[in-house]
Design a binder for this molecule. Structure first.
Ligand SMILES: O=C([O-])CC(=O)C(=O)O
Ligand SMILES: [Mg+2]
Length: 607
């Protein structure tokens, strides 16, 4: 006869209890995974329970989550010391946390103080990334509430240095790495990503990271940074976002020689092998996430950027941020500055230093806007725009050797070998730098352009700060305070002869978050250039007299979530007008719809 002692009975009970606990945890995890897959109808559901309207802290969050130490280690759900007593009991957290309860606001204060205590921007970047790996909501709350202070940390200029040193500062992997080793298995790679309802992908192949050149796989910092901005600036839910770095090798010898380099140790592959990997990725993304997944191409080199946009623009929901996003932000600044310069866009003469993605992208959007507003043919509008590349002024006589994307701007003129001689010959009213080369707007150039302009417009757009064509200080000093200045990376106010001057940040970060928001609320299936024109107009319309009085041709980033909602609504409206929006019926008030959908990073109470 089997005799059960009291000790044995207790042991069995304990065992059952622990098995039950494991089972419960497992079920919780499964429930979480399943609910991540659920897609119901209606606009708000695109954003799930995270959208502002459903995210009232007083409403308990009903989704089951992991518990115990797994909950603390999951950055999506961890709240650290902000777990309440009841939550600590219900989710097996007793003893795993110190007894104090620290609210999210207080946690935010503490983390901000820590970040401020680091002098080195790269240390701040590492601290921010560590936070995002620990506690996603606290990371986004901190970024949203302190956007002007922290944007330069998670984005340009610091992200540039982070990419350069990515291997050395590598901790936990972020995003998805697709290398030549994954050929034939890209769909499986996408299936390994934990989120199933991805709606925005930012992808780079690392060949032209900002103005820093080929950084190979280390370019991963860029998609990560851009997607953090989709959430913080645009209000998209973090789980919708997927950063991807495609590794086809690098031609950066310094990286190939670096023992800490994290990418494939080989020269870049080109031609068929390159095209095949990208194509496999594009097909797999659509297969896994559907027709409406938005794919943003970022920091590809010119030769691939134009090709990929043309190739996939018809079959996928894609845009190139460096061509189209930068174009829209530059146009917005130019339009906004018209009350300061007088006249219309058509009255200006534009000279670009840099004739790649950004330069020709901006040129084309300006020409389109002029042609529509002044009712003149596009070719005539293009004649107001001149490009200087590494060989000098782009002119007709260079036609045969010009890359196709420069040819529309190859006008009749004698050759000018330098920027200065082009400025002297053409007398532009607007000077735009998209060269990726720092210190190229020299004192001579700026003095010359201000010698024949009351208010020259000077946009030094290359990033990060080290690659800016000139600094705000140089521009205002050399033109004696006459110019309107904007730059791709931020510059603080400068004082010249006792007067303070401000400069706007003409960065595509104003545009792409709103573009993504607009695409999602309207269920857009294809991007049309007119959506970027609308985004630019919406941004320009938010520049007030008060901003202009300070010389600012962009509204401050502080209000970026509202700005993104305006841009999103404008983009969505255009998409509906063009028949490219699939979410029906069309909401009457697109702005209210965009605002109500924005993600809130405030912690949710767990049942
Ligand atoms: O990332 C930025 O700051 C803007 C951008 O797209 C680039 O410079 O490539
Ligand atoms: Mg870029």
């Amino acid at each position: 006869m089997f005799m059960l002692t009291a000790v044995g009975f207790v042991k069995i009970l304990r065992l059952m209890e622990s098995q039950l606990r494991d089972l419960r945890r497992e079920l919780n995890l499964l429930a979480e995974k399943d609910s991540g897959l659920a897609v119901r109808g209606g606009v708000r559901d695109v954003f799930g329970e995270d959208s502002a309207t459903e995210d009232q802290p007083t409403t308990p969050w009903t989704r089951a989550v992991a518990s115990g130490v797994e909950l603390l280690r999951d950055p999506r759900y961890n709240k650290g010391t902000a777990f309440t007593e009841v939550e600590r009991d219900n989710h097996y957290l007793r003893g795993l946390l110190p007894p104090a309860y620290i609210s999210q606001d207080l946690q935010e204060k503490r983390v901000l103080a820590n970040i401020r205590s680091y002098e080195d921007p790269l240390q701040k970047y590492i601290a921010m990334m560590d936070l995002s790996e620990r506690n996603e909501r606290l990371f986004f709350k901190l970024l949203i509430d302190n956007v002007e202070e922290l944007l330069p940390v998670v984005y340009t200029p610091t992200v540039g240095e982070a990419c350069q040193k990515y291997g050395s500062i590598f901790r936990r992997p972020h995003g998805l790495y697709i290398s030549l080793k994954e050929r034939g298995k890209v769909l499986d790679v996408l299936k390994n990503w934990p989120e199933k309802n991805v709606q925005i992908i930012v992808v780079t192949d690392g060949e032209r990271i900002l103005g820093l050149g080929d950084l190979g796989l280390q370019g991963m910092g860029i998609p990560i940074g851009k997607l953090a901005l989709y959430v913080a600036l645009g209000g998209l839910r973090p789980s919708l976002c997927l950063p991807v770095s495609i590794d086809v090798g690098t031609n950066n010898q310094k990286l190939l020689d670096d023992p800490y380099y994290i990418g494939l140790r080989q020269k870049r592959t080109t031609g068929e092998e390159y095209d095949a990997l990208i194509h496999e990725f594009m097909l797999a993304a659509k297969q896994e996430y559907g027709e409406k997944v938005l794919i943003q191409f970022e920091d590809f080199a010119n030769h691939n950027a134009f090709k990929l946009l043309a190739k996939y623009g018809r079959t996928h929901l894609v845009f190139n941020d460096d061509i189209q996003g930068t174009a829209a932000v530059a146009l917005a600044g130019l339009v906004a500055s018209l009350p300061l310069t007088g006249g219309t866009l058509a009255d200006h003469r534009f000279l670009f230093l840099g004739a790649g993605e950004a330069g020709t992208g901006i040129a084309e959007i300006i020409a389109t806007e002029i042609s529509r507003k002044a009712n003149i043919p596009l070719e005539e509008a293009r004649r107001k725009i001149w490009l200087v590349d590494s060989k000098g002024l782009v002119v007709k006589s260079r036609w045969d050797s010009l890359q196709h994307f420069k040819r529309d701007y190859a006008h009749e003129h004698e050759e000018c070998k330098t920027l200065l001689s082009a400025v002297q010959a053409l007398k532009p009213t607007v000077l735009i730098g998209t060269s990726g080369q720092g210190s190229t707007f020299t004192k001579d150039v700026i003095e010359t352009i201000s010698s024949f302009n009351e208010k020259p417009l000077i946009f030094a757009l290359s990033n990060p700060t080290s690659q800016s064509e000139c600094t705000a200080d140089q521009a205002y000093t050399w033109c004696k305070g006459k110019c309107i200045f904007a730059s791709g990376s931020p510059f603080g106010p400068v004082t010249v002869d006792g007067k303070t001057y401000y400069s706007g940040q003409a960065n595509n970060a104003y545009i792409f978050p709103g573009m993504g928001l607009g695409c999602i609320i309207a269920g857009v299936i294809r991007i049309h250039d007119d959506m970027f024109l609308k985004a630019a107009e919406a941004l320009a319309s938010l520049v007030t007299k008060e901003h202009l009085d300070k010389g600012l041709v962009y509204p401050p980033f502080q209000n970026i979530r509202k700005i993104s909602a305006h841009i999103g609504a404008a983009v969505a409206a255009k998409a509906y007008e063009l028949g490219l929006a699939t979410r029906l019926p069309r909401p009457d008030d697109l702005l209210a719809c965009a605002e109500s959908c924005q993600y809130s990073p405030v912690y949710r109470p767990y049942r």
